[in-house]
Structures are given as C-alpha cells and as structure tokens.
Design a protein around this ligand. Structure first.
Ligand code: F6P
Length: 537
C-alpha cells in the first residue's frame, strides 16, 4: 500500500477517535505533543492525531523527499519551475559571509549592500538629516504598493507599533479604489510626507495609478517636479520602469527576481517598516526569521515546527476534507496577520496544476481566514463551536504584553486557553442537567494548534513569518504544486485592461451578455452623471 492509501486507511480507523479519548489515553499529551524552539512554542496536542498518524505523516514527508526539497530551496535550485527561478527569501536574512550561489554568483553580498543602503537612508530620515524639499522633517511615510508589496509591511508596522517610537508615522495605500488614496492624503502635509513606491515589477496598474496621483498631489502643493527627488523613493526589481516613472535610480532600493512578492517583506519591501521601527529592530526581525530558517533546515521532521504544522494541515485538508482553516491571533497588534497569511498560503498553494506539468490529483490549499481574539469570539466562534463546518484553527498568543494593564492580559490569555479547551473537549448535551437540549451541546473534537511567543518583538515576528512561510512550503511540496508562481491572477488583469478601454469607448462590448450589460449600464450612468470627480458635486 502506498503511504497516501495508508493514511486513508488510518483515517477510517480513527473515525471514532475523540480528542478527549486521546488525552485520557495519554495524560501527558499536553507536554509530549509540544515543541519549543528559540522561545517559540507550538502545542499541537489538541489535534486529531495519534502517534501513528504522526509517524505516517512524517513518512509521507520523507517519501516525498521533503528534506531534499528544503535543501534545494536553501541552495538556490530553480524550484520555481514555471518561471525558472530560484526561491531565496531565506538569503535575505542570512548573515554576511554565508555563501548562497545563484548561477555561480554569491547573492549574499548584494543582500547586505542593499540592507546597508536601507539602514543609511532610514537613519537619515529618522534623524532629520534627510529633509523634504522645503527643509521640513519627514513625519509620515506613505507606502504605495499592493499584495506582497503592501500586506507584509502593513501587517508588520501594525504588529510592531510599540517599537516605533521616534520614527515617522506610516500609512499604506494599496487599492485602486481612489477612496483609499484620498483618505490617506486628506490630512497630510506634503512637505513632511515621503512616498515609498513598492512594486516588484513596477508595472502593477493599481500601484502606478496611485503613485502617479500621489506625485500630482505633491507637485500641486510644493510646486515643482524637482520636489519628487526628496519625497519619492522606490523599491523594485525593475530599475528601468522606476527611471521611466521619474524616480532617481539613486533613490531606488533593489531586490531580485528570486524573491517572490509574498515572500518579500524582509527584502527592501520592508523599507517602510525599517523607517518606522529603526534599523536595529529591523535587524532583529531578520535574525528571528533566520533562527526559524535554521530550525526548519536542521530539525528532524517529527520535531520541526513548520513541518508539523504543514503535515497536520495536510491531514485535515486531504483526509478530513477540511475546506477552511482559521488563524486567530490573540493580540490586537496582529490584526493584519490573517490577511497577510491569506496571500502567503492561498496565492502559493491555491493551485491545481502540478509541479510535474500535470493536474495535481489531491486537494490543495484551504481557504484561510481569521480575526483577532477575543473579537472573533463575539462574531463567528458560534460556527466554530456548533456549526456544521469543520474548521481547524491556529491560536496565537503572546506571553508578555507591552502595556501595563495586567488584568486585561490575563483575561485575554484566559480566553485563548478557554477557547482551545472548549473546542477540543466540548460539553455533553445534558450538562448541566437542568439545561439539557441540543442548543446547549458543545460537540467538541474540534482541533487547534496553539502557538506562543514570549513577547511580540521584531525577533518573534520574524520567527512567526518564517514559520508560516515554511509551513506553506512543506504543504506545497507534498501536494506537488509550485508554491512560487501565481498564474491564476493573470486572466482577471488582462480582462480588466480590455474592459477599462471599453468603458471609454462607444462600440458594443464583446463579452457574455451579463458583462456586456454591466458595462453598458456603467457607461450610461457615466454619461448622465459625468466622471467620478463630477459625481461628487
Ligand atoms: O497580482 C498578484 C501579484 O503579482 C502578487 O503576487 C504581488 O504580491 C502583487 O501582485 C504586487 O506585485 P508588484 O509588487 O509587482 O507590484
């Protein structure tokens, strides 16, 4: 029997299994099914897994040559096959002096050269040595980017706001919906504003439209296009397009095509974050990720945190048919983490094309979603506890808060622990007896991981990000998909370009009857109401 079939058979054997039984049979499970690495703790005991499940899953990873896959990634092999590129976000956080060759060329010196330029620039801005065109200190940084050029820095700036004293405020504009840019600029003083235009390709329509509008806003106010030199910097792999846009190449921070957009937060795409938290904190952020890289690369599979998370996810996705998976950070500062992980997971592994060119025969990425606790408890936890959907969850907690309201923190952590207990063990229908009834029953047996870090610091955030990156890698490798391309976004982009041109023309649109009617309705509305700026009057 192959290992996949063995896992299927094992799944049938454990149909009647409950998490409560598992704890009865293995009283020390809470200690035994936990791993700690460099202060980060994963408790995976409240899962529907036995020793045999874990053995089979590790065997699956071994048979799929996960070890070799990990090594291939770290060594710079072209594992992004459809784009024929290496995948080396790990090189962004590797210490100087390490050698990582891409086509015979060591990329690490280049990584540290750009890092040094970022540090120099961030220091100048933070200390007021870099001034705006009128001599004013930069007080606000507006990052304009989308997807991986927005979600990572936006998430991390929110997460690390307690480290941002002395730095400029940061704002993020991503959507081509003009309300986003207008709201971000409304109360800003152009003389104290720095725009960081972040785009790997520098061809993304949303980002370029917002960047052009921001440049106009600046020039309208400061009066000269030369002001752009003091108020616009770019982060990109595409020096030609940056130059064509009118940003001085000296004000461009480079990264490379071997860094995927959703894996780019620790490249120059992190510039807004570095401006906010300062270079030292940014270095800690890189060090935390590197620590997790080393763990992922060296720990045995059965004690390897990202591998365990990945394998348990495969177990639920492929053998329990879990369609969805929730990320529940019990820390308000991590409120953007679910959105960030949505892109990381769903854009990486939401695929049916296999690495071998054929169709992937098994289910791949689940729908990833979530909100911070305890807010989620008062919104959708009803479904987690009593709904008909099976939703494995990750609960994330921080041991030491950065505020001085200790009771708040105890309450928060009590809720986190209570939720994982309630989900796992539930409560039978007749308890308490007077309150019997289906609606009072908590079936339990709903699995979760708990991930704890000592403090939400740049270092631990780096660990968490690398942990999830490698979890996604593990799953993609096992499913046999290329986790590093994103061809699925192309069709919508091409159609939007075509429709954009059609909106301004009078000739009959040439789509299906629904799309044609929608286009026609919008055109008619615009004819009567005018263009958006006129709508407002
Ligand atoms: O359209 C998807 C995507 O290519 C993402 O993968 C990427 O993070 C985002 O767009 C932004 O791309 P860029 O950084 O090139 O502007």
């Amino acid at each position: 029997m192959n290992i996949w079939d063995e896992l299927r058979a094992h799944r049938r054997d454990v149909t009647e299994l409950t998490i409560a039984d598992l704890f009865d049979k293995q009283p020390a499970r809470g200690q035994e099914y936990a791993v700690e690495n460099d202060g980060l703790i994963l408790d995976y005991s409240k899962n529907l897994v036995t020793d045999r499940t874990l053995r089979l899953l590790v065997q699956l990873a071994a048979e799929r040559n996960l070890d070799a896959g990990i090594e291939a990634m770290f060594a710079g092999a072209h594992i992004n096959t459809t784009e024929n590129r290496p995948v080396l976000h790990t090189a962004l956080r590797t210490p100087a002096g390490t050698v990582v060759n891409v086509n015979g060329h060591d990329v690490v010196p280049g990584v540290h050269r750009v890092l040094a330029r970022m540090i120099d620039f961030a220091t100048q801005v933070r200390t007021g040595r870099w001034l705006g065109a009128t001599g004013k200190k930069i007080s606000t940084v507006v990052n304009i980017g989308i997807g991986g050029s927005d979600l990572g820095p936006a998430m991390a700036c929110a997460a690390l706001r307690d480290c941002a004293a002395g730095g400029p405020d940061t704002r993020f504009v991503s959507n081509v919906d003009g309300h986003d840019l207008v709201a971000a600029l409304r109360d800003l003083d152009p003389a104290g504003t720095l725009f960081v235009i972040s785009s790997k390709t520098f061809t993304t329509v949303e980002t370029l439209s917002n960047a052009r509008a921001a440049r106009q806003w600046l020039v309208d106010s400061l009066g000269a296009s030369t002001a752009v030199a003091k108020h616009f910097v770019a982060v990109s792999t595409n020096a030609r397009e940056v130059d064509a846009f009118g940003i001085d190449p000296n004000n461009m921070f480079e990264f490379w095509d071997w860094v995927g957009g959703r894996y780019s937060l620790q490249s120059a795409i992190g510039l807004s974050l570095m401006l906010a938290i300062g270079p030292e904190n940014f270095r800690d952020f890189l060090a935390g990720a590197h620590s997790m890289d080393e763990h992922f690369r060296r720990a045995p599979l059965h004690q390897n945190i990202p591998v365990l998370l990945g394998l348990i996810g495969v177990w639920y996705r492929n053998f329990w048919e879990a369609q969805t998976y929730a990320i529940l950070p019990y820390d308000q500062r991590l409120s953007r983490l679910p959105a960030y992980l949505q892109q990381l997971d769903m854009e990486s592994n939401g695929k049916t094309a296999g690495r071998d060119g054929g169709r992937c025969p098994v289910a791949t990425a689940p729908v990833v979603w979530g909100e911070p606790g305890t807010n989620g408890q008062h919104a959708f936890f009803q479904l987690l506890h009593q709904g008909s959907v099976f939703v494995p969850c990750d609960f994330l907690g921080v041991l030491q808060p950065d505020h001085d309201l200790p009771e708040h923190h105890d309450l928060l952590m009590a809720n986190l622990f209570a939720q994982t207990e309630a989900l796992a063990f539930g409560q039978p229908e007749a308890t308490p007896p007077a309150a019997a009834g289906m609606h009072r029953a908590f079936p339990g047996n709903r699995p979760s991981n708990t991930i704890l870090v000592p403090r939400l610091s740049p270092y631990s955030l780096g660990q968490l990000i690398a942990m999830y990156e490698h979890k996604v890698f593990t799953q993609g490798w096992i499913w046999g998909v290329n986790s590093f391309d994103q061809w699925g976004v192309e069709l919508g982009k091409a159609l939007a370009t075509r429709i954009f041109n059609e909106l301004a023309s009078d000739s009959a649109p040439t789509h299906d009857s629904s799309t044609n009617a929608l286009i026609t309705r919008y055109r008619q509305f615009r004819k009567v109401a005018g263009r958006p700026t006129e709508f407002r009057r």
